[in-house]
Design a protein around this ligand. Sequence first.
Ligand code: ZN
Ligand code: ZN
Ligand code: FE
Length: 762
Amino acid sequence: MKPDEIVARKLNVNGIVQGVGFRPHIYQLAHSHQVMGEIANTASGVSIHVEGSRENIDRFCKSLPSNLPPLAHITDMAEAPDTVKGLDDFSILPSTAGLMRSTLISPDVSVCADCLKELFDPVDRRFRYPFINCTNCGPRYTIIDDIPYDRCHTSMKHFAMCNPCQSEYDDPKNRRFHAQPNACPECGPRATLHGPDGGLISCENPVEQAARYLKQGKILAIKGLGGFHLSVDACNTPAVERLRRRKHREEKPLAVMSPSLKIIREYAQVTPEEKVLLTSFRRPIVLLRKKEPGLLSEAVSPRNAFIGAMLPYTPLHYLLLDQGFTALVMTSGNMSEEPIAIDNDDAFARLSGMADYFLIHDRQIYLRSDDSLVRHVASADRMIRRSRGTVPVPVFLRRPLQPVLACGAELKNTVCLTSGNRAFLSQHIGDLENSATYDFFCMTIEHMKRILDITPRLLACDLHPDYLSTRYALEQQQTGMDLIQVQHHHAHIVSCMAENRIEGKLIGLAFDGTGYGADGAIWGGEFLIADEIGFDRAGHLSYIPLPGGAAAIREPWRMAASYLYTVFGEKMMDLDLPLLREIDTKKLTFVQGMMVKGVNCPRTSSMGRMFDAVAALIGIRYTVAYEGQAALELEMLADDGESGSYPFEWLSEDGYQILPHPIIQGVVQDMEKRVSPAVISARFHRTVIGMAAALCRVIRRDSGLSRVALSGGVFQNAMLLKGLIRELSADRFEVFSHSLVPSNDGGISLGQAVCAAGVNEV
Ligand code: ZN
Ligand code: ZN
Ligand code: FE
C-alpha cells in the first residue's frame, strides 16, 4: 500500500459531545491534521467521517480523545473503515433526527474566561450584558425541554437572533457556533427590577440599582440559573437577621457568594483542593473553614466553624458583585422546605413576603436546580448536594442495566433513571413532605424521561410504606411495571458500591438518622453483609426507644433521656447532669413514663440519634432547628488532640448488637468529673471509630470479607469518616466511600436502581 493512498474512516463518538463546542473543535483538529471529512450531530452522539492519508487519519484519531473542549466527555468511540468520498474540505453537516436519542446533555456551566473578558470590555458589543455566553459556557440543563439540544427545544426559542448573533451562530470558526443560548443586548433576554408587588421599577441599570438596594440592607430576590436566590449583604447583620426571620430559617447556615478567590480567602481558609472546587465550571458551594475574627456577619453561619462559599457563575452575578461587595448571602428563594421558585409570577407570589425587591429576567427556567454543595474530606471531594453544574452528568456504572426508575427516599430526595451503563441522578428535589415538593418530584421524573429519552421498565422505591416516593411507585406499578422495594440501608451501601464500580459481597456500614428496617423498626446503625441483590444484617446498635417518634428527632434531649433510661433505668434522675437540671422535670418524667409503658416509642438502632443523644448529654444542644444540627455541633466541638476513648461491647445474639452501656456510662462519668465537652466529644468520636473498626474485624473473621463500604448521612461527619478510613486501611481493609453522590439520602436512588435491576435479573 502506498503511503499517500487516501483512506476513509468513520467514527461514532458518544458522551457529552453536543452543545459543548465539539463540532467546531473537531473542525479545527481536522484542519490541523490535514484531513477532509464531515461531522454531524446524531441522536446518539456525533458521527465523523474523515479521509486523507493513513498517517494523518491515524494521528487525527489518536489525538481526538485527549484533545477535547473543556465540557466534552467521551464515553465511547467506535472506529470503522469507510468509503472514500473524495471530499476536498471538512464540513459540519446539519443535525439528523434519529430514533435513538441517547446523547448526554451538558450541565449548566459558569460563564467562561473569554466571555468574562468581553463582559468587562467597554468596546465589546456585549459590554455588561448579563446574559453573555458561548459554546463553552452558559445555561444548559435548566433551559432544555426536549432533545436534540437545539435552540427550538430550549427557553431561548422565544428570542430570535439578530444578524450579528446569527452569523456567529452559523460560523464554524466562531466561539459561538451553534451556541444555543447565544444572545446580545439587541436580541436576547433582559434583566428588570421590580418592587414587592411585582411592579416594574424603571431605572437605567437594574443590576446596579439592585446593588444599591443591597448596600442599603434590602433583601433581593434574584433570578439565577436554576432558580431564585434570596440575597442580602453578608456583612450587614440586621439585614441577614431580617432575612432569617422572613424565611423562617433561624439557624441553618446560609451560603455566600464572593467576587473572587482572593476575597474568599479574607474570611475562609482555602486549601489547594478547595480552590480547584471553587473555580471549577460547576461552581458549587464549597464548605470552608472560617477564619477568625470573621469578616462576615456571624448571623450567616452562627456557631459554626464552617462557611459555604461560592464564586459567581452567571454574568449577572459578576456584574452584581462587581459593585463592591465582600460577599452576598445567596440562599435558595423559597419558604423553609418548599422547592425554590423559578417562574417570575410564582416568585412574586411566593417570595413577596420575603423580598423587598426582585431582580428578574425574561429567560425562562424550565427545570429548577439548586446550588450543589461539596466538601473536601479525607483526600476526596464529597458531594453533599448534587445539583446545578453536575446534573445531568451520569454516574457510569460497572455494567449496563435494564432501564429503571428509582424513586429515592423521603428526605433530600433525588430520583434516578438508568440507561445502559449510565445512571442519571436528578438534581436535589428536597424533602417530600409537602405538595409543592411532590409536584416538583413528579415533574422532574417526566422531564428526565423526555430529555434523556428513557422509558423505564422497572421501578424501585424504599420499603417505607408512607413515603410519598413509595406511594408514587405503587401508583406507577399499576401501569404494569414491576416494582422492587429496596431496604433503605441496603440502598445506601449499593449506592456506594455503584459509584465505586464494584460488585460482590462486602461489609457495609450504613450509619444515618432514619430508615425503615426490614423488621419494621427504625434502623440507622447498621453493619450489613451486602451485595447488589441482598443483605444480611451482621450487626447493629441495640434498639432503644425513640420517645415521641419524630419529636425525638427535633429534640435530642429525648434521645439522651432514652439512652439514660436504657442504661440506668429509673436511677437516671439521680445523675449529676446539666440536662437533668435544665430540662423541665415534668417533661423528663413524662418522657420516662412513655418509655416505661412503651407508648409512642418506636424502637431504633440509629447512629444519628446516638450522636444527638451525646450532644444533649454534654449539654450543647437539647433541641435542633435543622436536621443534623446537634451532631454537627458535636463534631465541631471535638478536641483534635485528645487520645482517650470509652469501652464498648456487643452481644452476639441474632447478629452483633452493640450495647450502649459502656459508652454512655463513660460519657456520664466524664460529665460528673467535669471533663470538658470538647474532650468528651473527641472521646465519643474515637469510640465510635474504634467500635466500628473492631466489629469489622470480627465480621471479617466470620465471613472472610475484607472490603468495607461506608454510607449514610452520618458519614458527612468528617472526623468519623477520616478516622474510620484511616483505622480500617491500616488494618488491611479495602475501604470504599462516597465522592460523586451524597452519602446522605440524596444518594439513595442510585442504590435503589442498581439493587432493583440486580434483583430483577435473578
Ligand atoms: Zn463563554
Ligand atoms: Zn443578538
Ligand atoms: Fe439514610
